[in-house]
Design a protein around this ligand. Sequence first.
Ligand code: NDP
Length: 336
Amino acid sequence: NKQIIFPDYVRGFPKESNFKLTTTTIDLQLPEGSTSVLVKNLYLSCDPYMRICMGKPEPLSSSLVPPYETGVPIVGLGVSKVIDSGHPDYKKGDLLWGLVGWEEYSVITLTLYSHFKIHHTDVPLSYYTGLLGMPGMTAYAGFYEVCSPKKGETVFVSAASGAVGQLVGQFAKLMGCYVVGSAGSKEKKKFGFNDAFNYKEEKDLSAALKRCFPEGIDIYFENVGGKMLDAVLINMKLHGRVAVCGMISQYNLEDPEGVHNLPTILYKRIQIQGFGVCDFYDKYPKFLDFVLPHIREGRITYVEDIAEGFESGPSCLLGLFEGKNVGNQLFVVARE
Ligand code: NDP
């Protein structure tokens, strides 16, 4: 059983040496009386929140994402196939997505919303690490529940080409909003939004936003934080809403950057709300009912960045912080 171990907590930008590949043996049968499930991992997902788990445990972030345990496999989200089951809801051959170790086989204990059985296999199985998994639920809950959008509103999304961002943009378009995205390369700008800009090429982010939103922004779906948030605040409309989904530009910094334009929140009476997808998993069945017809009828598409091979996990995860991924980043451990 190949495993990728998390040796110790990370400061600053993570490196390949923060991961250790090992091989152990595993019994491919559960002991008598076990209520766990033994799975073979097929697709494993790389998600920015994992960097928060790799940092020294601290009470502020731990209330949203628990820190990793050292000396054991990295834990992430994945799509897996049941090999043996002591749980009444699962039998051999069933597919599920949820939290697993970065290893070829895992023994998992099922808790509320830790794992979801996969019932629809007419769509790519890898989608359950993205569009039909945690990032999809994040975009859905963040946009519809937190942003409370209305037709005709102006929406700005950062990290617009990523696992979450590309969906927020498509949901906003379905709603009849005017949507602009920012991303870090020319290639990533082509995501079918009304407009987009490459934030790395803009000398003045505020001027770029002013150019895209001459009348201001109603809704900002925040994925990056830092300088972008500062620039957005002064371009918000009166009574605008900001859904704080993530702040990836800050995860590797020991001292998060300051935001200078905070008084604008008062002057423009802006509503800012952070949210965690974990608080919305009870809506997962409703999300599937909503999104599956859109996928099947071609109204929603999804870009994935799929790496081959278990060993590619660490470099794929590190790549998120350099913008190397185009779309949802995952890697293939086994195809069946
Ligand atoms: P993405 O697929 O968007 O990958 C991350 C992207 O972030 C990179 O491709 C890169 O794109 C961009 N990025 C990296 N570093 C920086 C930087 N310093 N400044 C600006 N952009 C940067 O990831 P996800 O869609 O999975 O996640 C997007 C955000 O949503 C993250 O902040 C994540 O933590 C958050 N999130 C929050 C959840 C919640 O429950 N609140 C759940 C899931 C995700 P580019 O080339 O454009 O720079």
